[in-house]
Write a protein that binds this ligand. Structure first.
Ligand code: NAD
Length: 497
């Protein structure tokens, strides 16, 4: 059995622990590898190497760092087919979707290539007579990233390219469910000329995460995953005096207004609810049907959900692949059972599909619920599978109220032809990322990604200028050069006049 290890100090490194976890190909249900789970001492050793590498990397001119990152971008492009196939083989999503996610990660690498410009500080001549002042942003030290299973390339790439461009060194702990992609990216970064120890990957579970949280040489932690773990990371990183951004789960609502182009809304919802089998933090899992649009929306959706092409990710005809693990498949199916018990109307039931030749794969078809209510668990909780709930409300204000009262606040969209409605929605909604006639409003790399409420703990979003701020600290220098005679001591607060 293929054993996946760690990447520390520029090379594949064996872990000291005997603990492993199984890695599956969700399309076939077969185990394809074991991944070693790092012990605390493995993690500490990766941090030590990263700490050593920081001394030289942090003083390397940003333009030189940018050249290595540019080379890294070229190597990702050259090796994209291999990386995409790694994503498909361990996560299950379809090839084109995996390709799209890699491209979105690559955009952050492209953004990081502009680091000499992004790190330019501010300068004021004569803040007082003959006194100048300037502000610079300096790297933090060793930063850590802890990432979820659903985007094995893109989510780590929200973090490490920018952190490293800013002059930090990095230890990434990817999801143990699909660990191969991170190792491949680390190998390519080394090939691009990145010095040993600047980017390290440790595979592991809670033990590795706790080792990152408690090691005094970790300066900052970026986390993406479910809300309970995000909260745990936020609290424990802060307790150990680390800077932290912890992105959590989601329940995204798509408002369908009576005046919208219904076909456009239905197509948008299909991709946003069932793409990647619903395993996206920006998946639209609730359609809010406003006024009279409900029946038309449900009828059109039902036809499309019934004809969704479910199959292995490498089959060009598949629109939706399997779920990541058998356990997750059972969890999602169980939510559908709960929805039925709670009294929601199951319009399309995808629980029992069987795929010839792939009987052991972790597949289910799309499910569609109508008449879902606010009190139901299928409305309140994140299902993270191909299950779309339709909630009917009487008007626009009721839709806004519903969304604002939900505990999650990652993304939302509205379909309407009325500009004023779209604008009012964007202004009043308590959500971090908003789409107007856009089904999945994931910000591009030079804007920033992040939710509100229980979808993000911390102050700064990922990538864009927020990312640069997160991975650097501000220093302001005030300076005066003597003009000959020494001045008398001053015992009052200097006002620089
Ligand atoms: P998860 O929270 O189970 O795992 C995320 C990471 O935390 C993994 O690296 C995992 O090894 C680690 N982890 C798991 N349990 C832990 C514990 N008890 N202590 C310490 N570390 C632990 O999430 P997942 O199932 O891998 O990913 C799906 C979740 O991620 C969904 O909730 C989804 O919404 C969320 N997500 C959010 C965003 C966002 O931007 N807000 C993006 C992608 C995914």
């Amino acid at each position: 059995m293929n054993l996946i290890e760690h990447f520390i100090d520029g090379k594949i490194t064996k872990g000291s622990s005997k603990k492993t976890s199984k890695v599956f190909n969700p399309a076939t249900g077969e185990q394809t590898a074991e991944v070693n789970l790092a012990s605390k001492s493995d993690v500490d050793s990766a941090i030590e190497k990263a700490q050593k590498a920081f001394a030289n990397w942090s003083i390397k001119p940003p333009a030189q760092r940018a050249r290595i990152i540019f080379k890294f971008k070229e190597l990702i492009e050259k090796n994209s087919d291999e990386i995409i196939k790694l994503i498909v083989s361990e996560h299950g999503k379809v090839y084109e979707d995996a390709k799209g996610s890699l491209t979105r990660g690559l955009e952050v690498v492209e953004f990081a290539c502009g680091i000499p410009h992004l790190l330019k500080g501010e300068f004021t001549e004569n803040v007082g007579t003959d006194v100048d002042s300037w502000s610079i942003r300096q790297p933090l030290g060793v930063c850590a990233g802890i990432t979820p299973f659903n985007f094995p390339a893109m989510v780590p790439m929200w973090m490490f390219p920018l952190a490293i461009a800013c002059g930090n060194t990095f230890v990434l702990k990817p999801s143990e469910k699909d660990p191969s992609c991170a190792i491949k990216l680390a190998q390519l970064f080394k090939e691009a000329g990145l010095p040993n120890g600047v980017f390290n990957v440790v595979n592991g579970d809670k033990e590795a995460v706790d080792a990152l949280l408690t090691n005094k040489n970790i300066a900052a932690i970026s986390f993406v995953g479910s809300t309970p773990i995000a909260k745990y990371i936020y609290e424990n990183a802060a307790k150990n005096e680390k800077r932290v951004q912890a992105l959590g789960g989601a329940k995204n609502h798509c408002v369908v207004m009576p005046d919208c182009d219904l076909d456009q809304a239905v197509n948008g919802l299909m991709g946003a609810a069932y793409g990647s089998a619903g395993e996206r933090c920006m998946a639209q899992s609730v359609a809010v049907a406003v006024g009279k649009i409900g029946d038309g929306l449900v009828n059109k959706l039902a036809k499309k959900v019934e004809s969704l092409k479910v199959g292995p990710g490498l089959d060009k005809n598949s629109e939706m692949g399997p779920l990541v693990t058998k356990a997750h498949l059972e969890k999602v199916k169980n939510y559908v059972d709960i929805g039925v018990q709670e009294g929601a109307k199951l319009v399309v039931d995808g629980r029992n599909i069987k795929l010839q030749g792939y009987e052991k794969g972790f597949y289910m078809g799309g499910c569609l619920f109508d008449n879902v209510e606010k009190k139901m668990r299928i409305y309140k909780e994140e299902i993270f599978g191909p299950v779309l709930s339709v909630v009917r409300v009487k008007d626009f204000n009721a839709a806004v109220k519903l969304i604002n009262e939900h505990e999650f606040g990652n993304g939302t969209s509205i379909y309407t032809r009325d500009g004023d409605v779209g604008r009012t929605f964007a202004s009043n909604i308590k959500i971090g990322m908003v789409g107007i006639n856009i089904p999945i409003p994931v910000p591009v790399a030079y804007h920033s990604f992040g939710g509100w409420k229980k979808s993000l703990f911390g102050d700064q979003h990922m990538h864009g200028l927020e990312g640069v701020r997160f991975y650097t600290k501000l220093k302001t220098i005030t300076s005066k050069w003597p003009k000959g005679l020494a001045s008398d001591p001053e015992f009052v607060m200097p006002t620089l006049n």
